[in-house]
Write a protein that binds this ligand. Structure first.
Ligand SMILES: C[S@@+](CC[C@H](N)C(=O)[O-])C[C@H]1O[C@@H](n2cnc3c(N)ncnc32)[C@H](O)[C@@H]1O
Length: 328
């Protein structure tokens, strides 16, 4: 059974930081119907032009580290979606971590969080493998812990969701707990001493998470047998499809069904229906989205590849939002 999309859903107002071409926005729309991305921030004007083309709204072209409390509070958001630059953590990089200029935006958000009169109830962050070992993550976790968030972290690849793309990524989901613990100060010391020693065992590496599927829990229907299957979907049509479209499709962006090569036109193929994870099949088949991924004419092929390469797997994030972060 699908989580019901009805009026009982909490209304979620998101701010999307480091928005790029809006991968997190697409994922949010797939995951949750009762909500809105009310503001997004990115300094890349090409990415912003693609975002505007598809969502009708220009992201704010401002360095995130220059935002103050008012700049953020005015949106009254209860959810932050963030995919900060990965260069400070990539294996081939200089390993400057929180000292890297490109980590400034994230560091700033970590510092500003406790200054907000109404911190977001939900936080979702995506990054590369290695982030889990970084000081940046350590700072983020400690801040969230101090502020009484319940935290889930995982390292997952789209392969585990039945998508033929091996791209291991770090995801963090944090939800503000309603119960306030008096002795949080003592716990912090425990955390600082113990958390990082145990960090590898705290991070989920399988999907679904071990503890989520409970026989009595209707929400276990978030998961299907198809997860973990490594089938290529629509392999016949895939070969014929142009490289860029394959790229976008592997990232599970919604694509407009008006191209004869397009995968969505071939969904009548019974094999595709069997091999796709059912919810991905449904979301593609029933998608009458006004927010397909398209590029404005003046964006070059190289830029498109770069933007898509910087982006993320929409379906994986949508499942994590729906099944973990917003799962009551
Ligand atoms: C990993 S990409 C995020 C991609 C995005 N999730 C998507 O779906 O396309 C990081 C983005 O952060 C932006 N960025 C980097 N530093 C920034 C800063 N200080 N302030 C605002 N945006 C920044 C980059 O322009 C880039 O688009």
């Amino acid at each position: 059974m699908e989580i019901s999309k009805n009026s009982t859903q909490t209304f979620i107002r998101c701010i999307e930081f480091f928005s790029g071409i809006g991968g997190l926005h697409y994922a949010f729309k797939q995951a949750w119907s009762n909500g809105e991305v009310i503001a997004s921030f990115d300094i890349n004007i090409v990415a912003n032009s693609v975002y505007k083309h598809n969502f009708g709204k220009n992201p704010i072209t401002k360095c995130i580290e220059s935002l103050n409390v008012d700049d953020i509070e005015k949106y009254e958001a209860n959810c932050w979606l963030l995919s900060p630059p990965c260069q400070p953590y990539t294996r081939g990089g200089k390993g400057l971590d929180d000292q890297d200029q490109r980590a400034k935006g994230l560091m700033h958000l970590i510092e500003i969080l406790p200054k907000l009169s109404n911190p977001p109830e939900y936080i979702f962050l995506e990054n590369v493998l290695n982030f889990e070992k970084s000081r940046s993550r350590e700072k983020l976790i400690i801040q969230l812990y101090r502020m009484n968030y319940e935290i889930h972290e995982c390292l997952l690849t789209p392969l585990q969701f039945g998508i033929p793309n091996d791209r291991l990524r770090y995801y963090l989901m944090a939800r503000k707990k309603t119960i306030i613990y008096e002795n949080i100060g003592e716990n912090i010391e425990n955390l600082e001493e113990n958390y990082f020693k145990r960090s590898n065992t705290n991070i989920h590496r399988s999907w679904p998470f071990e503890y989520i599927v409970r026989p009595i829990d209707q929400r276990s229907s978030c998961f299907t047998k198809s997860y973990g299957s490594h089938h290529i979907f629509g392999s016949g049509s895939l070969i014929q499809t142009k490289k860029l479209e394959v790229f976008a499709r592997l990232h599970t962006f919604p694509l407009k069904p008006n191209n004869s090569d397009n995968f969505m036109n071939n969904l009548n193929n019974i094999q595709d229906q069997i091999l796709l994870p059912p919810r991905l099949y449904d979301s593609i088949k029933n998608s009458s989205s006004t927010n397909y991924l398209e590029f404005p004419d003046d964006v070059s092929i190289i830029q498109k590849h770069r933007l898509l390469g910087n982006s993320l797997n929409v379906f994986v994030v949508a499942e994590l939002l729906r099944c973990v972060l917003f799962n009551y």
